[in-house]
Design a protein around this ligand. Structure first.
Ligand SMILES: Nc1ncnc2c1ncn2[C@@H]1O[C@H](COP(=O)(O)OP(=O)(O)OP(=O)(O)O)[C@@H](O)[C@H]1O
Ligand SMILES: [Mg+2]
Length: 163
């Protein structure tokens, strides 16, 4: 059974804090899927993660460019947003497989748009809108994801017990 961690995120700062907390736990090749409706806070989380890694440039949503590459904190990262995909085959057409299976850390918004072509990520972050707040559910797949969640929990502030 995958291990799971749930956090209530009371506002932008809490979403950003979760992103920043993930930053030091990343390692080459890790893949993270970010799921949730439009405006859930996926880009907000990734922006804070990149800032925590030391990225000083503008962190734009990849809504139109589909991918924004970064080199920060000793890592290569690719921030992808597949919302505008018409079908999973666009994943192949766009050549995005190059971001998987190597050293690049992939942070993918709207991964469901490329299902079933995308492999299971190490970590899936589901963000649900609950009134003015958000609920983040982090689901680990496999040993790397488990280790990441355990480390996050060990550092954690305001961490609820695992679901
Ligand atoms: N925990 C939170 N509580 C309330 N509002 C939040 C929270 N986290 C982020 N927000 C706000 O929600 C919005 C999230 O926008 P963002 O672009 O990050 O969403 P997204 O999930 O990337 O959307 P899209 O699917 O369009 O890419 C921002 O206005 C942000 O300030
Ligand atoms: Mg976004």
């Amino acid at each position: 059974m995958p291990s799971t961690l749930t956090r209530m995120l009371a506002g932008d700062e809490a979403t950003a804090a979760l992103g920043a907390a993930l930053a030091p736990l990343l390692s080459p090749g890790l893949s993270i899927h970010l799921c949730g409706p439009l405006g859930a806070g996926k880009t907000t989380l990734v922006r804070a993660l990149l800032r925590a890694l030391g990225e000083r440039g503008r962190v734009r949503s990849p809504t139109f460019t589909l991918v924004e590459p970064y080199r920060a904190g000793g890592l290569e990262l690719a921030h992808l947003d597949l919302y505008r995909f018409d079908g999973a085959s666009e994943w192949v057409d766009a050549g995005f497989d190059e971001y998987l299976g190597g050293d690049t850390v992939s942070l993918i918004e709207w991964p469901e748009r490329a299902a079933p072509l995308l492999p299971m990520p190490d970590l899936r972050i589901d963000i649900a809108v609950e009134g003015d707040a958000r609920r983040a559910t982090l689901v680990a797949h496999g040993a790397r994801g488990d280790a990441l969640l355990a480390a996050l929990q060990a550092r954690g502030t305001a961490t609820e017990p695992p679901a």
